[in-house]
Design a protein around this ligand. Structure first.
Ligand SMILES: [Zn+2]
Length: 272
């Protein structure tokens, strides 16, 4: 699943292949008008949370968001007669590489000058993978009265609080910090919220460190054995590796229900 670390690594992989190269053709299944990119040069590949921003010499920015299942792949140019995969939603054909985006729910093109007022980008919280990330800024956003009654599991997935946490990390962060996922933000004290934020940053940063295994790990970095990369995510019914209690899973969220995994003993709270 594409979370902030996935997009950060993806940008690092795409950057040397795209930046400085001219787009020959661009094509998308979305209504994004990417044909305008033909003849322009890629000037940068950047990330904002889970958004990938590819910028062009003509003053345009291409935003892709991979959602739950999206990905990018690159291929050597000119694969003669290559058939398009039905999952491809965007293709950028450059001098000597083809960059294809699969299954992304969001492909849009807009003026780079408008990035600061973009309706999604301008609302993003501080980016966990930004060198300038300050936990206090995310803590301040969590303390917004609008979040007081929101469960902590939903709040830390909200990209307005901090950008980069996805469904895998939210369960792992709350397990590590022994926080009940169903606790209301308003019922948690500042030190607890700060530990949650700091752990979110620590986990994402650890997973984009050069040389880190490609497999995401929250349990021990590169040393984690296969199958023990995660504490609770996707492990419903398995014994908690701290206390042996069976890990539970539940659906959370009104508009877009997503599963959350937790240990009812290690993360004991009013709802467990
Ligand atoms: Zn436990």
């Amino acid at each position: 699943m594409a979370e902030g670390d996935t997009i950060f690594r993806l940008a690092a992989e795409l950057r040397p292949q795209l930046v400085g190269h001219v787009v020959r053709t661009a094509w998308t299944t979305k209504n994004a008008g990417v044909g305008r990119l033909a003849g322009t040069t890629v000037t940068s590949v950047a990330t904002r949370g889970k958004n990938l921003l590819t910028r062009f010499s003509s003053g345009l920015t291409l935003r892709t968001h991979l959602g739950m299942n999206g990905t990018w792949r690159t291929y050597p140019a000119n694969p003669a007669g290559k058939r398009l995969d039905a999952r491809v939603v965007l293709i950028l054909e450059l001098d000597d590489v083809i960059a294809a985006c699969f299954d992304a729910p969001v492909v849009e093109l807009f003026d780079t000058r408008s990035e600061a007022i973009h309706p999604v980008l301008r609302r993003l919280g501080p980016d966990l993978l930004d060198d300038a990330f300050e936990p206090s800024a995310a803590l301040g956003r969590l303390r917004d009265p609008a979040f007081a009654e929101t469960t902590i599991a939903e709040a830390i997935l909200d990209q307005r609080v901090m950008a980069g946490v996805g469904n895998v990390y939210r369960s792992e962060i709350l397990f590590i910090e022994r926080v009940d996922p169903f606790a209301a933000v308003g019922d948690l004290d500042d030190p607890t919220l700060e530990r949650v934020v700091v752990t979110a940053q620590r986990l994402l940063v650890a997973n984009v460190r050069p040389g880190h295994a490609r497999r995401r790990s929250t349990t021990g970095g590169v040393q984690a054995a296969a199958g023990q990369d995660l504490w609770v995510y996707g492990l419903a019914g398995r014994p908690c590796r701290r206390c042996g209690t069976a890990i539970r899973v539940a659906s959370l969220g009104r508009e877009l229900p997503r599963s959350v995994w937790w240990c009812p003993r290690c993360q004991a709270g009013q709802a467990s």
